[in-house]
Design a protein around this ligand. Structure first.
Ligand code: PGA
Length: 245
């Protein structure tokens, strides 16, 4: 059985000061929570130092929202794996649909980022998911299988257990219109079988997940946790979600 992971993707939310205030509350809440899930928080780059300082010695893991595949170079505005690791980052989200749609990430560069993250000993969460148009055209399953295969191209079998995948239907992100858990499980079964060797790889659901629906997902055989945007921004609400996962 893959382990359960609850991961917060804060996107472009929270300053460093906001982050410290959030973590003060979250860590106090989690003290009473048995460690049945791995918890990861991916704040903006500018809040990594504050988060790292506050999370030292806690069970909450620190993640980043993307990274470049080169270690350094003429890439204005970009951040590399060693820069993240300097702040205690151990996880990195790759291929989020917002990065694909608005920041030029492609199947090819998601694959480059994944190779680089593994080479630098970061633990990647690779996001895949179909758009509403792809779903309407009956192409949702085909699209996520193709995205998964493209992302994992050339990744050796023994590395697949150091990766998590996330199924995030684009139409469900930030809309309140979460994917039916049975349908999410069906899609995640397709993802799990897209390449050999993913039986022990955690696959997370993302897209309007919240405390009230998380258990409907984690009860399913192919769903090993969540990647949470909006519902990760309030520390008490997020702690409640973690408890119910
Ligand atoms: P959401 O975002 O929980 O706000 O829908 C999820 C994500 O984009 O990872």
């Amino acid at each position: 059985m893959p382990r359960t992971i609850v991961a917060a993707n804060w996107k472009m939310h929270k300053t460093a000061a906001d982050t410290t205030a959030f973590l003060d509350v979250l860590l106090a809440e989690l003290e009473q929570t048995p460690p049945h899930v791995d918890v990861m928080i991916a704040p903006p780059f500018t809040a990594l130092a504050a988060a790292s300082a506050r999370l030292a010695g806690s069970r909450v893991l620190l993640g980043a929202q993307t990274m470049h595949w080169e270690l350094e170079g003429p890439y204005t505005g970009e951040i590399s794996a060693p820069m993240l690791e300097e702040f205690g980052v151990t996880w990195v989200i790759l291929g989020h649909s917002e990065r694909r749609a608005a920041c030029g990430e492609t199947d090819r560069t998601v694959n480059l980022r994944l190779h680089a993250a593994l080479a630098q000993h970061l633990l990647p969460v690779v996001a895949v998911g179909e758009t509403a148009a792809e779903r309407a055209a009956g192409a949702a399953g085909e699209r996520v299988v193709q995205q998964t295969r493209a992302a994992l191209d050339g990744i050796p079998n023994e590395s697949l257990q150091r990766i998590a995948l996330a199924y995030e239907p684009v139409w469900a992100i930030g809309t309140g219109n979460n994917c039916d858990p049975d349908e999410a499980d069906r899609m995640m079964h397709l993802i799990r079988n897209a390449v050999p060797g993913l039986q022990e790889t955690p696959i997370l659901y993302g897209g309007s997940m919240k405390a009230a629906n998380v258990a409907d997902y984690t009860a399913k055989p192919n769903i090993n946790g969540g990647l949470i945007g909006g519902a990760s921004l309030d520390p008490r609400g997020f702690a409640d979600l973690i408890r119910r996962a």
